[in-house]
Each structure stands twice: as structure tokens, then as C-alpha cells.
Design a protein around this ligand. Structure first.
Ligand code: ZN
Ligand code: ZN
Length: 361
């Protein structure tokens, strides 16, 4: 990324923060949170703390960085190294990313490309470019099907939390991550003090990976005398599913159990939920590679991922694109591009520039 491109990105982000600083959503107890940011073309700066929202906004504006993060934990001394911070508790968080959910469309929009000659091809990514032997990178596209799948898994987490853990629906905040999925932040005191191990158990529970193997569930089901949905939690989910599907079903019970789990598990990223020192993207700030904002989602009907998170200006800019696959932004199709200079609206140019696949000219 050259200096010209870097300064274009900074000013595009600054313009957003200047106009829409009020959309930044700070958590409670701001002075006890650790903040961090990534400047364009540089490494992460962490262990920052702000007395109040005004000071934090001023710094975000001044830096106009590529990403801004805030801890889900509260600390006595947020600016100290991790083990000296004095951990006070942390909200339970979930990250649901389409990359982790198997969707049939991935073979259409995911690919590898060569960093040197920009040859590209279908995944799996070869270690070296088949044309020039240069280093290769994976490119993950995004489409409506992928985002719908991520939303579906997000709703499953909400169901687990409300039905199995007794969380009030109002205590769960849902955000579009700014890229390929959704973030959940749970404001329920009962989770605040949980350590890594306990949070890991919750993640494995919603992922359906801590369940006994389906053969053992199947043999338990065979021994039971009652029919219909029984028990609570996963047992109820599985038995209810089987009850619904059994009529006219010719496969094995074991297959039905596996189906019940696969159709209800939520593929959250366990490493995020487990990390009690996480700095999580701050709501209302811009994603570092897409330029989209991390946006609160009140309901799916009232959220358009092709419109609402695109908050950067539409002002046109000339970009010399070395390589970029086809993509969709604000309901418009762009690309594919290869060794070409194109005029693009800023909101579309950003993702090419941040990935180092084009420069402003
Ligand atoms: Zn190559
Ligand atoms: Zn897709």
C-alpha cells in the first residue's frame, strides 16, 4: 500500500467518524475497558484506556485507524499488561462467521490467487502458484446465501441462550460484524465471572460438540418408553426433531439424531467466546478490510446487509486494480478486475485497497 492510498483510506474513514461519531456504541463502564486500534499499514496498538466517550471519540477521529477494538472485560487497570490488569469480569460474546459454516456457494466465490502474477483458481489453495511459483493467498467472497446462513446460526445461539440458559432476549445485542457474519454480546450478570473453561463449555454446547456420540443417544432413545419430546436442552431438541420427522422416514434413528444436531447446532467461533481478554470490534466503527460498519441489528426485516453497513461516501476514485474477483456492494455488481484502472465509489474501492490489490491513482 503506497502513501497516497494510505492517506485516501485514512481520510475516507475520518470523514465517516467526523459525520457519524454518534453511531459509535460504547459499552457500560468505559473507563474500565481496554481499547485498541490498528492504523492503516501498521500493527495493533493495545492497552489503551479512555476516561469517557468524548475522549475516546476524539482519539478515534485523530487516528482514523483501519480498526477499533474494545474489551468485553472490565479491569481495575486496563492500560497494564494482561496479567496485571486486575480482571473484574467480562460479558459473554459470540462470533458467527460465514467462513466457518459450510455453504454450497463457497465454490463459486472462494478462490486462491498468486500474490505475484495474480493467477487464480478454485480452492484448495496450492502452496505455490502453478504458473510462476509465487506465494498464494485465499480469497473468501461473501454472498446473500452465506450471510443468511450466518444469520440462521446467530438465531440458533439466541435460542440456546433464551431457552436453555434463561437469558432475557433484551439482554442479547446482535451486530453485523462488518464483514462475513454477526457478533453477539450478552449483558447478563450470571456470565460475567465465568472463566475460560466455563465459557468454552458454553461454546461447545451451542456447537453441539460436547454431546455424547449419536450412537449412544440413539441407544438411549431406543430404550425409552415414552414417545414425543422429552427432557430439556439438547435432549428436548433431538427428541422433538425425531418426533416430527419419524413419520414415513426410512433411514436409521442414528442418522435422524445426526440430522437433528446438524440442523440446530450453531457454529460459533469457540476461540472468541473462550477468550476473557478479547478486544472485540467496537460497534459503530468500520471494519479494516471492508469499510463496512459494525452495525446493530434489531431484526432481520429491518436490516439490509447490502445497504445499511455501507456508510462510506459514494465519491468516485480511480483505482489501478492488479486483481480482484467479482463482488457486490450496495446492490451493485463490480469486477472481476485484472490489471485495469477503474473509477469506483469509495465504499467499493476500499476493500480492494485494504487488501493491497490496488492503488489509488
Ligand atoms: Zn503466480
Ligand atoms: Zn456464499
Amino acid at each position: 500500500m503506497n502513501e497516497f492510498t494510505k492517506s485516501f483510506l485514512r481520510s475516507a474513514y475520518k470523514e465517516y467518524y467526523f459525520r457519524w461519531a454518534s453511531s459509535i456504541e460504547f459499552p457500560v463502564d468505559i473507563e474500565g475497558r481496554e481499547f485498541g486500534y490498528i492504523p492503516f499499514g501498521a500493527g495493533m496498538v493495545r492497552h489503551l484506556s479512555f476516561k469517557n466517550e468524548g475522549v475516546a471519540v476524539a482519539e478515534i477521529l485523530r487516528q482514523s485507524p483501519s480498526s477499533v477494538y474494545c474489551s468485553n472485560a472490565r479491569y481495575e487497570r486496563p492500560t497494564m499488561p494482561i496479567d496485571e490488569k486486575g480482571w473484574l469480569g467480562a460479558e459473554l460474546i459470540f462470533d458467527i462467521d460465514a467462513t466457518d459454516i459450510p455453504t454450497p456457494c463457497k465454490k463459486e466465490h472462494d478462490l486462491w490467487y498468486c500474490e505475484k502474477c495474480h493467477a487464480s483458481g478454485k480452492l484448495p489453495r496450492p502452496a505455490k502458484c502453478s504458473k510462476c511459483g509465487g506465494p498464494t493467498t485465499e480469497f473468501h467472497g461473501i454472498c446473500e446465501t452465506c450471510l443468511d446462513a450466518a444469520w440462521e446460526h446467530t438465531m440458533r445461539v439466541v435460542c440456546f441462550l433464551t431457552d436453555d440458559f434463561g437469558v432475557e432476549r433484551e439482554a442479547i445485542r446482535i451486530y453485523f460484524s462488518g464483514n462475513r457474519g454477526y457478533h453477539l454480546q450478552v449483558y447478563d450478570d450470571r456470565f460475567e465471572q465465568l472463566d475460560q473453561l466455563a465459557r468454552g463449555e458454553i461454546a461447545e454446547y451451542v456447537r453441539g460438540t460436547s454431546l455424547p456420540p449419536s450412537q449412544s443417544i440413539t441407544s438411549t432413545l431406543r430404550r425409552r418408553t415414552q414417545t414425543g419430546a422429552i427432557g430439556a436442552g439438547w435432549t428436548r431438541r433431538i427428541t422433538a426433531y425425531i418426533e416430527q420427522r419419524r413419520e414415513g422416514y426410512s433411514g436409521t434413528t442414528q442418522k435422524l439424531v445426526s440430522e437433528a444436531i446438524a440442523s440446530q447446532r450453531a457454529l460459533v467461533d469457540s476461540s472468541v467466546t473462550t477468550d476473557i481478554h478479547r478486544v472485540f470490534r467496537l460497534a459503530g466503527t468500520l471494519h479494516g478490510t471492508t469499510g463496512m460498519s459494525k452495525t446493530r441489528v434489531m431484526s432481520k426485516d429491518r436490516f439490509d446487509p447490502q445497504e445499511d453497513p455501507y456508510v462510506l461516501a459514494a465519491k468516485a476514485v480511480n483505482v489501478a486494480v492488479s486483481f480482484y474477483p467479482q463482488f457486490r456492494a450496495r446492490h451493485r455488481d463490480f469486477g472481476p478486475y485484472k490489471s485495469v484502472t477503474v473509477e469506483l465509489p469509495a465504499f467499493a474501492a476500499v476493500q480492494i485497497l485494504t487488501r493491497g490489490l490496488g492503488e489509488v491513482v
